[in-house]
Design a protein around this ligand. Structure first.
Ligand SMILES: Cc1cc2nc3c(=O)[nH]c(=O)nc-3n(C[C@H](O)[C@H](O)[C@H](O)COP(=O)(O)OP(=O)(O)OC[C@H]3O[C@@H](n4cnc5c(N)ncnc54)[C@H](O)[C@@H]3O)c2cc1C
Ligand code: FES
Ligand code: FES
Length: 462
């Protein structure tokens, strides 16, 4: 068992132990390493100024993805290679940086290193953006206050011969030197190499926080002064990265990131891919996990309405074995879970919607991307000819937990598939929810959405 984490930054080995592992990567870069190209602005994952690439083992090489370094902690970096803007520019400006200069893509320049790192990710693996829409999507997590986005988008498209990170940092020596699958214990931080050890630690430290992507945890620490009593990482627990279709179910391992899930369901569950496209930003999805979204228990978590209507089950592993809990039964009240202190979500099992079923997922937010939902909805309907056979409806943002709408579902079942049916269902749906007014919308607005979304569903699937 090691008592330090080992990672690489721009091709050089770093080791960290003691209290130092609890600092964020952005602070380590700027204040310990004087690598000030990486900027800190919001320190909560919202602006992208701190974007770096993190390379993790994939097959025999490293796969680099953009991540917000302000909500990544050193203890999360064990076994990774971090590339910052200084590393990208190690042989001088790369073609994409030259393109930023040519198109006047920077004014004050504070956001520029973050943009450049997110753009570099677009050119990884032989890819390149084909259209402004591709660029906008890849740069969702980067904000610029002064230049305006048009020159930046132009710069991202007008690039020739951008080197891959593997060209700048040949992977073989790094991969060979990085630790792989070994346990780490540093004070109250534990990265066990087996599930049994993880459960044992969680039982002994009931208040410990499982930190996966830290996209929720990082914000609590940076903005609310949260200090965890103990931290458990699942990174070295074998099997938790599984992602496969077995029979008519999708199995998502407890460590699967939202980005990996999005890539996997593209073409298989298009509605889920669409809602994941609206989830945070690439930087957030490259770190954040589905299990983290479920465990964080926000009533506006974007994955939950889908999990409710498909009838997903959570596999919870603890000292006494494995329990399977339907996701709907998992939430006992606002942020109150049916999760024992020693239990870990090891898998989410999702029944696949049948080909003939109509599924629609909705997210209403003030901005279309990188915004917290005001209201979410999922509707899954089975139809026979012109009659509704059955419907499952779940709404988020209208109560302390995501809600199923049993009265509305009963009303719709057996009725004709017609606009009037869905209009009549609206008031019933409104009677089943208890929204409040907050910064994201008034209760009245949410009541309105609760009815209108059913009408939208009708138009979307007719
Ligand atoms: C800028 C920004 C944008 C965001 N956008 C969205 C959005 O569009 N939609 C949305 O729904 N959310 C959004 N989020 C919230 C967050 O990204 C998600 O909730 C994410 O899925 C959390 O996953 P994580 O792995 O980062 O969790 P972490 O922060 O690592 O952990 C969160 C909580 O889950 C618990 N946990 C994690 N894994 C397990 C497990 N296997 N078993 C038991 N408990 C576990 C942890 O103990 C902790 O309490 C956003 C966050 C930020 C900072
Ligand atoms: S500083 Fe804004 S996302 Fe990190
Ligand atoms: S150039 Fe000033 S914030 Fe983007």
């Amino acid at each position: 068992m090691r008592n330090e984490v080992i990672f690489f930054i721009n091709g050089a080995e770093h080791r960290a132990g003691g209290e130092g592992v609890f600092q964020t990567l952005s602070r380590y870069l700027r204040y310990d390493q004087r690598a000030t190209g990486t900027k800190i602005v919001c320190e909560e994952g919202d602006c992208g100024a701190c974007t770096v690439l993190i390379g993790r083992r994939e097959g025999k090489g490293l796969r680099y993805r953009p991540v917000n370094s302000c909500i990544q902690f050193l203890f999360q970096l064990d076994g990774t290679h971090v590339v910052t803007v200084e590393g990208l520019s190690r042989n001088g400006l790369t073609p994409l940086q030259e393109s930023m200069v040519r198109t006047h893509g920077a004014q004050c320049g504070y956001c520029t290193p973050g943009f450049v790192m997110a753009m570099a990710a677009m050119y990884e693996g032989g890819a390149r953006p084909a259209s402004p829409a591709d660029v906008r999507s890849a740069l969702t997590g980067n904000l610029c206050r002064c230049t305006g986005y048009e020159p930046i988008i132009k710069a991202a498209l007008d690039v020739n011969g951008q080197p891959a990170i593997d060209d700048l940092f040949p992977p073989a020596p790094i991969v060979e030197a990085l630790p792989n699958g070994e346990g780490v214990r540093i004070g109250n931080f534990f990265k066990p190499a087996s599930l049994a050890q993880a459960i044992e630690f969680k039982a002994a430290h009931p208040k410990c926080v499982i930190v996966q992507g830290a996209t929720d945890f990082g914000v609590w620490c940076n903005k609310r002064g949260f200090v965890p009593e103990a931290v458990l990482s699942l990174d070295a627990v074998p099997g938790l990265d599984e992602l496969r279709i077995e029979g008519d179910e999708l199995h998502v391992g407890g460590r699967t990131t939202l980005a990996v899930l999005e890539e996997f369901v593209e073409g298989k569950i298009p509605q889920l891919a669409k809602i994941l496209d609206r989830f945070g930003s690439p930087q957030i999805k490259n770190a954040g996990t589905l299990a983290g979204n479920v465990a964080n228990a926000s009533p506006i978590a974007d994955s939950l309405p889908f999990l409710y209507v498909t009838g997903a089950t959570l596999e919870l592993s603890g000292s006494t074995g494995v329990r399977n809990v339907p996701v709907e039964k998992f939430y006992r009240g606002y942020k109150t879970l049916d999760l024992q202190p020693d239990e870990i979500i090891t898998r989410v099992r999702i029944p696949l919607p049948a080909a003939a079923d109509s599924l629609r997922l909705y997210k209403v937010s003030k901005r279309s991307h990188l915004d917290i939902s005001s209201f979410t909805a999922a509707v899954l309907m089975r139809r026979r000819a012109d009659q509704i056979e059955s419907v499952r409806i779940a709404y988020g943002g209208v109560g302390p937990v995501v809600l199923r709408l049993p009265k509305t579902e009963r009303f719709l079942a057996g009725r004709p598939f017609a606009l009037e049916t869905f209009e009549e269902a609206g008031p019933i749906a409104r009677s089943e929810i208890t929204p409040i007014s907050d910064v994201r919308g008034s209760a009245d607005f949410r009541y309105l959405l609760a009815g209108n979304v059913l009408r939208k569903f009708y138009y979307d699937v007719r």
